[in-house]
Design a protein around this ligand. Structure first.
Ligand code: GLY
Length: 562
């Protein structure tokens, strides 16, 4: 009998970590701390660091570097990102470690002699690479707020790189579909130039060596040391323009986040050079006057209201937003109630607004792209929301074999030519034109939400231009429709970004009757091009103070905690 009771107690112990409610709608629930990221290995390392007494910033460094090992599709040393934080005492802030244009970059560098955009130049190969910010940014966050020594944090990551990481089914497909790009972007075969299969283990020995040097010498190793020399040489040998001087002069920047209210929520999100916070604020303030709860989740009218707000916000994004160190952004005006209500004045339930009526532009269908987000809450009550990216999946596809990592293609997030769409179909203007050392405009939206003065939610997503709308729908699912965190992440999503003038919908998720009704009102529906919209990783603080993770079913994402 005793043995029987022991088994039951053990089972309870095991399952308290993966608590499912009766209706099976809840994600992982833990009492003290949690990491939700794109890979189980990374979430676990972040969580273990916190179990050893580390805080959210220690876990950030660990998770970020572990993603560079376990999730090379978007996790990175060769990219950049943004972090929004909220300390246990309520202090908030943001860190910008976005890539920069190299010193030798110029406005028309991707145009031919006739002024036309040269295909693929800003998206594939060495010329597409922006000066990476990830190592500087993650170390800067640790320097300011971290508790544990760098070695304690990095050792498990280096061990993971040496031991290797199992290929998942999704990774197998991603690696297979990029083989041609790998050949074009690299002179020699790379670690990924073979048909890796599900359950194969990829060992990252060269990356482990790079990480070991960074552990010993700090971020200067990446920006001024042996790593910097190898990196600059490799990029130049492949036709790029990044120099050792570019690397040596890279600095991350602390920024003031965007804050705004929606009902009783206080929302804290990323400021420029990300468009995420301003765009999120604009959309949410435009929809706030409507009773979305009453209208129903993904109902025809709710979709219309959200779509029309998105259309207007993305039109503003295109014109006004860029790197605040180079352009003046009318930040306050763009998110005031009076301005936003005026923007929605001509909205009617009867018929779609045409994007041409807001601005002009012809654009192509876009491919799906990647970035990665992770959310962390520690046992002290600190929270970080971090979105980091190589831009497209595997970035520029340029891989530095000697150092063991991919380089970003973030230069494509600049507007190469006003009115011509980038890889996300986003159309830009002068505010986001290329200048040396300027940061390209982003859509990354790492976001933290307070309710009644307390931490409520940590949320973010990859997905290029769809990041903002994915984050917003996840917030609305919890706030307006009482979803659990996991359910809020799981629910089907849609997206409108002004141009192209269409509502993208996740396929098989919206009724054909509703789609027909929307089409009758003049909306163009596209269910083809975005089988996935966003890949949200989020944490919700429950009533009793415990944490619920929402790890997106669309990827291999996992929550881990204690
Ligand atoms: N590269 C994607 C973004 O920054 O929005």
């Amino acid at each position: 009998m005793k043995k029987y009771i022991l088994v039951i107690l053990l089972s309870i112990l095991v399952f308290t970590c993966k608590k499912e409610t009766k209706n099976n709608r809840q994600g992982l629930v833990t009492k003290h701390a949690m990491v939700v990221s794109a890979r189980e290995e990374a979430s676990k390392i972040g969580s273990v660091i916190m179990k050893q007494g580390g805080n959210a910033f220690d876990a950030m460094l660990a998770t970020d570097l572990a993603l560079a090992v376990a999730y090379p599709y978007a996790g990175n040393l060769g990219g950049g990102g943004f972090m929004v934080y909220r300390l246990e005492n309520g202090e908030i802030g943001a860190l910008d470690y976005r890539e920069k244009a190299p010193l030798a970059a110029s406005k028309n560098m991707y145009l031919d002699s006739l002024g036309n955009v040269i295909p693929n130049l800003s998206t594939r190969g060495a010329l597409a690479v922006g000066v990476p910010g990830t190592v500087a940014g993650t170390f800067e966050a640790h320097k300011r707020f971290g508790k544990l020594p760098i070695e304690t944090i990095m050792k498990p990551v280096i061990e993971l790189a040496k031991k290797g990481v199992k290929v998942t089914q999704k990774q197998e497909l991603r690696i297979a579909e990029k083989q041609e790009d790998f050949i074009i972007a690299n002179k020699e075969p790379i670690l990924f130039s073979r048909a890796w299969k599900e359950n194969d283990t990829i060992k990252y020995n060269n990356l482990a060596e790079t990480l070991t040097r960074i552990m010993k010498n700090g971020p200067d190793e990446f920006y001024k040391g042996k790593t910097a020399r190898i990196l600059a040489k490799h990029i130049q040998e492949n036709g790029g323009i990044i120099t050792e001087e570019d690397l040596a002069s890279y600095k991350p920047k602390w920024r003031k986040p965007i804050t705004f209210t929606y009902d009783d929520l206080n929302i804290i999100s990323m400021s420029p050079p990300s468009s995420g916070g301003i765009c999120l604020a604009q959309i949410m303030k435009m929809i706030e006057p409507y009773d979305l709860h009453e209208l129903g989740h993904n109902s025809e009218k709710a979709i219309q209201i959200i779509t029309e707000a998105e259309r207007r916000a993305y039109a503003d994004r295109s014109f006004y937003l860029g790197d605040p160190d180079f352009v003046n952004i009318p930040q306050e005006q763009l998110i005031t109630n009076s301005y936003l209500q005026d923007r929605m004045k001509d909205f009617s339930f009867e018929k779609a607004t045409k994007s041409e009526a807001l601005a002009h532009g012809k654009v192509e269908i876009i491919e799906s792209n990647e970035t990665t987000h992770y959310s962390i809450v520690d046992a002290f009550g600190n929270a970080v929301a971090v979105t980091t990216t190589l831009n497209s999946g595997f970035g520029s596809k340029l891989f530095c074999e000697e150092l063991g990592f991919f380089l970003n293609n973030e230069m494509d997030d600049f507007s190469s030519k006003p009115g011509v769409p980038n890889v996300y179909g986003l159309v830009g203007a002068e505010a986001n034109s290329i200048l040396p050392q300027k940061r390209m405009l982003s859509s990354m939206t790492p976001t933290i939400i307070e309710k009644n003065g307390k931490l409520h939610m940590v949320v973010g997503s990859p997905g290029g231009s769809t990041i903002i709308t994915s984050v917003m729908q996840t917030i609305l699912n919890v706030h307006e429709y009482n979803s659990s965190m996991q359910e809020a992440v799981n629910l089907p999503r849609f997206h409108h970004q002004w141009l192209p003038d269409e509502i993208r919908m996740e396929p098989y998720s919206f009724s054909s009757k509703m789609i027909h009704n929307l089409e009758q009102k003049g909306y163009l529906i596209n269910e083809k091009d975005s089988p996935i919209i966003g890949k949200v990783d989020a944490i919700l603080v429950l009533e009793d103070g415990s944490l619920e993770g929402g790890a997106d079913r669309r990827g291999d994402d996992e929550a881990s905690g204690f």
